[in-house]
Design a protein around this ligand. Structure first.
Ligand SMILES: Nc1ncnc2c1ncn2[C@@H]1O[C@H](COP(=O)(O)OP(=O)(O)OP(=O)(O)O)[C@@H](O)[C@H]1O
Ligand SMILES: O=C(O)c1ccc[n+]([C@@H]2O[C@H](COP(=O)([O-])O)[C@@H](O)[C@H]2O)c1
Length: 218
C-alpha cells in the first residue's frame, strides 16, 4: 500500500513554491510520492487567462523532471465538465483501493472547501495535508476545524482525526511569497521571473512567448 500526496492546482504556471510544497509534505508526512494533478477545467477560475491544459502539463513535467518522487497525473483531462475534487478523489479511490491519499492544499484554499462541490465530503475519500502560505497560521486552521468539522478530534498539535479514520495534517513549510498570478503579472510586464519559477520554465515561457502573451494578456 502506497502513501500518495495529491497536489491539485491550476499551475498557470507551476512555480517554485509548488515544488517546495510538494517536497515538504512528502518529507514531513513520510509519503512515498507526490502526484501533481493539474485542473483541466478549473471549477472556480475563469477559462480566460488560463494556458491550455496540455501546455500547463508540459510545464509541470519539465519542472518535476529532476524530482523522482514527484510526477504529473492527468486524470482530470478524462472527464467532461468542471474538474471537481470530489470526483477526482472518488475516481482514485475506485481505481486504486490499496493506496492511501493526502490531498494537499494551501491553508487559504482550505477555508474555501465548504464552498466546493460536496466540499465537506472530501475527507471521506482522502486525508488532507494543509500547508501555510505567507499569512496563514496554525491558529487559523484550529478555528476553521472547530467551526467546520467539530467532530474531528485533535491529536497532538497539528493532526485532526475524523471518525472514519481519515486525518488532516497541518504542515509548516517555508513561507514563500510566490503565486502564479505574481509570475504572470511580472512576465506580462516584461520583468524577470528568475527565482520564482524553475529555470526550465523561464526558458519555456520564452519558447512559447507568443502563445503565453496572447493568453495571459487576454
Ligand atoms: N506560495 C505558496 N505556498 C504554499 N502553498 C501554495 C503556494 N502557492 C500555491 N500554493 C498551493 O498550491 C495549490 C495549487 O495552487 P495554484 O496552482 O492555484 O497556484 P497559485 O499560485 O495559488 O495560483 P494563482 O495565483 O493563479 O491563484 C493550492 O493548494 C495553493 O494553495
Ligand atoms: O471541487 C471543487 O468544487 C473545487 C473548487 C475550487 C478548487 N478546487 C481544487 O482545489 C485545488 C486548488 O485550487 P486552485 O484554485 O488553487 O488551483 C485544485 O485541485 C482545484 O481543482 C476544487
Amino acid at each position: 500500500m502506497a502513501r500518495i500526496g495529491l497536489l491539485g492546482g491550476c499551475f498557470n504556471p507551476v512555480h517554485n513554491a509548488h515544488l517546495r510544497l510538494a517536497l515538504e509534505v512528502q518529507e514531513q508526512l513520510g509519503l512515498d510520492s507526490i502526484e501533481c494533478i493539474p485542473s483541466a477545467v478549473p471549477p472556480h477560475k475563469p477559462g480566460q487567462g488560463m494556458l491550455d491544459f496540455d501546455r500547463r502539463v508540459e510545464f509541470l513535467e519539465a519542472a518535476t523532471a529532476s524530482l523522482p518522487q514527484v510526477s504529473v497525473n492527468t486524470l482530470e483531462a478524462n472527464r467532461p465538465g468542471p474538474s471537481y475534487t470530489i470526483d477526482t478523489l472518488c475516481r482514485l479511490r475506485e481505481t486504486r483501493p490499496d493506496d492511501s491519499f493526502w490531498f494537499i492544499l494551501g491553508a487559504c484554499d482550505l477555508l474555501m472547501v465548504p464552498l466546493w462541490k460536496r466540499g465537506l465530503e472530501i475527507v471521506n475519500y482522502a486525508n488532507l495535508a494543509v500547508a501555510n502560505r505567507v499569512d496563514d497560521t496554525l491558529d487559523g486552521v484550529i478555528r476553521f476545524m472547530g467551526r467546520t468539522w467539530p467532530e474531528a478530534q485533535r491529536d497532538g498539535a497539528s493532526t485532526w482525526r475524523f471518525l472514519d479514520g481519515h486525518q488532516l495534517d497541518f504542515v509548516e513549510i517555508p513561507r514563500l511569497d510566490i503565486s502564479s498570478s505574481q509570475v504572470r503579472e511580472r512576465w506580462i510586464s516584461q520583468r524577470s521571473v528568475y527565482g520564482l519559477v524553475p529555470e526550465c520554465i523561464d526558458s519555456l515561457l520564452e519558447q512559447y512567448e507568443h502563445e503565453v502573451a496572447t493568453v495571459w494578456k487576454a
